[in-house]
Design a protein. Structure first.
Length: 232
């Protein structure tokens, strides 16, 4: 190929590339942890689905992005934002002071609280959260449920990668209670066929869920906050 032909070919290629580049939507890399129904779970087709996934997909579409959902450990979500492996984390994530030092949160999109599940067999000895001291508790790793469990029964908390594992451990009796977000506890209870598991009356904390982004990404934060009425 002569030099002039080469220049021409390159020019055509870059014009084509520019066309494709402007037509294609930018990809928004979304981190989530899909063992937390109804907010995120693996659907029948093997793909993450749920309230959060639908919310972020709708917000992203409006802002002109395509979403790529990456399922990861709950305790990896914030580090993935800090290292820019993810653009966004949505995972029923409670806005906490500690997390807000590391990442930026949108305005709250859901109000939640924690609750406690126990085995029915223990209902006479465990009547409230104050009866949990010294008892073995189960929770999902890195969650506010795990932190609260640690306050209720210091040094006696077993943490699991997924919320269903913690639930299973309670069922087989390897822990006396699980501390977890109430909507997820209720979801498990609704799916549970045995009447083995009970929810205590305690509600712990006023949690607000937010969508997290890298602290420097104020442009994306603004886009995610636009057109959405925060819960108060
Ligand atoms: N709201 C709790 C927290 O922020 C639990 C969230 C767990 N989410 C999940 N997708 N596993 O710590």
């Amino acid at each position: 190929m002569k030099y002039s032909q080469f220049i021409k070919a390159t020019a055509i290629a870059s014009a084509l590339f520019a066309t494709f580049a402007t037509n294609a939507n930018e990809v928004l890399k979304v981190g989530s942890e899909a063992t937390f129904p109804p907010f995120e779970f693996i659907g029948a087709d093997g793909v993450p689905t749920g309230f959060d996934i639908e919310l972020i997909t709708a917000l992203a579409q409006k802002a002109g992005y395509e979403v790529e959902i990456n399922n990861m450990g709950f305790d990896s979500l914030v580090p993935a934002l800090i290292t820019s492996q993810s653009d966004v984390a949505i995972a029923g994530m409670t806005i906490t002071e500690e997390r807000a030092k590391k990442v930026a949160f949108t305005t709250p999109y859901y109000k939640s609280t924690l609750s406690i599940l126990i085995n029915k067999n223990d209902k006479d000895t465990i009547k409230s959260k104050d009866d949990l001291k010294g008892k073995k508790l189960c929770a999902q790793i890195g969650t506010t449920g795990a932190m609260t469990a640690e306050e209720l029964s210091p040094g006696n908390v077993a943490t699991y990668n997924g919320a269903p594992e913690a639930f299973m451990e309670l069922k087989i009796g390897s822990c006396s209670a699980i501390v977890n977000d109430r909507p997820v506890n209720l979801y498990f209870l609704a799916k549970e066929t045995s009447d083995q598991i009970l929810e205590l009356n305690d509600r712990i904390g006023d949690d607000s869920y937010g969508i997290a982004v890298n602290k420097n990404n104020t442009e994306l934060l603004d886009k995610l906050n636009t057109d959405r009425n925060p819960v108060d």
